[in-house]
Ligand binder design. Sequence first.
Ligand code: KIV
Ligand code: ZN
Length: 548
Amino acid sequence: MRQNYLRIFDTTLRDGEQSPGASLTSAEKLEIARSLARLGVDIIEAGFPAASPDDLEAVRRIAVEVGNPTPGNNGLYGQTPVICGLARANKHDIDAAWQAVQYAAHPCIHTFLATSPIHMEYKLHMSPETVLERVRDMVSYAHSFCQDIEFSPEDAARSDPEFLYRVLAVAIAAGATTLNIPDTVGYSTPEEFGALISGIIANTEGIEKAVVSTHCHNDLGLATANTIAGIKAGARQVEVTINGIGERAGNTSLEEVVMTLHTRRSMFGLETGVDTTQITRVSRMVSNYTGIPVQPNKAVVGANAFAHEAGIHQDGMLKHQSTYEIMRPETVGISKSRLVMGKHSGRHALKVHLQELGYELSDEELAVAFESYKKLADKKKEVTDADLEALIGDQVSLSEEVFSLDGLQVTCGTMGMPTASVRLLGPDGAMHVQAAVGTGPVHAVYKAIDAIVGVENNLVEFNIHAVTDGIDAQGEVTVRLMAQNGGTHHRTSPQSEALISKTYGGYGADTDIVVASAKAYLAALNKVLISRGQKSEKEEMQAVLMTA
Ligand code: KIV
Ligand code: ZN
């Protein structure tokens, strides 16, 4: 590997998906993986295949469809990304990971075992010697399937460095090609983390045969600083997520590290394969699909990150751009309301434009997109890139439907009771109609939908914002909800093995914000139904009673 090349390992679909509240359908995971490939990341950690058959299948699909060279899934330098699956250090998990990733042109198994005294004693109940033995056995077991093996000593930042050097040497001797050093609980500071990486490079036997990687969590807000310290100390891979999502306070964010290296390139002298102009697009996609909003003041991708253009610094900006701007918005892919297409543009023009934006649609998908595009172009004079992205997001969100929105009408305002009538097409092919009164139009619509779909839930997040400037803008809505009646609605963290309450995200876009709200809610409810095998609460109860 070139010494001045920094590998970008994206774990949005694994550690990112462990975020409280992030849960993605396999269609959404695939779409994100395609976008990550186009962004130019080197490695996509596509999931934790041992978690469930669905997780395994989602990773397998990504390995097949994104992990092989086809037009449109190559990074800036034309590489096909490595597809990686996570496995605890046991044969069952490693088998599952291999089952999923083997279909990729460049598969990788990532296995991990904790090495800190606190984890070894209280979580693993293993002595240091047993840990060494398990690492040797499981890394060589994984290596019997796959050439590319990453090993992580979990909680490395709180491990005894001397013990760490021994564990890592054993992993290298057993076939590990990447040694990933996690600050699992986000405890380290930049000086400490840099020293940890230097110590590993200086003291681990066989280290020249492996790439050293960083994996920092953001519990103290130091993830990016720690990662940068790791790079300065010689790490040549970083594990990151889009928007910094991940367990608890999240992981190091891809966009912060990449833009630091880009903006301060004379200081670092390192290159990555990332096409920075894709950053904003992927950030929006991840936020929309996970239902996790990006804070407005978030570095690089927050709504205010470039807002000084219209703010108090404008005079300075006009005198010279560099007075207040260290990065150009275009560098991260913020296009200023580019007029892309008019009402009369044809299907071919739409296809070509979507390809330029990174979307490869099948003929059927294109037909649906074209219909939505025509409707939108009838309502809006200018259809911009952001509008098209929202339209495709809406389509992906609706691609796994049980109930679909057929019609909706609301009455609201100051003169009466907010009332909604909703018509949904059900899985049985029948039309279902309900009306409801609420505290406002969205509440009334949601009550009417509830009366049809029958999934008891708590709405834990509702966000709405305009896709573009302008009074005729589309609104996009993201929701997250928690379904009641636990059971199948929990999943397990591969690390703590704690049950994570699963929340379901939904996304909808429309020029009518009540319609966008209905679409987003329905998308989330459909995810609940799909995860239950498409049964409504009533049907599930009936099934339970019948088997009792
Ligand atoms: O934070 C962590 O330690 C992890 C490991 C599985 C690498 O996510
Ligand atoms: Zn992690």
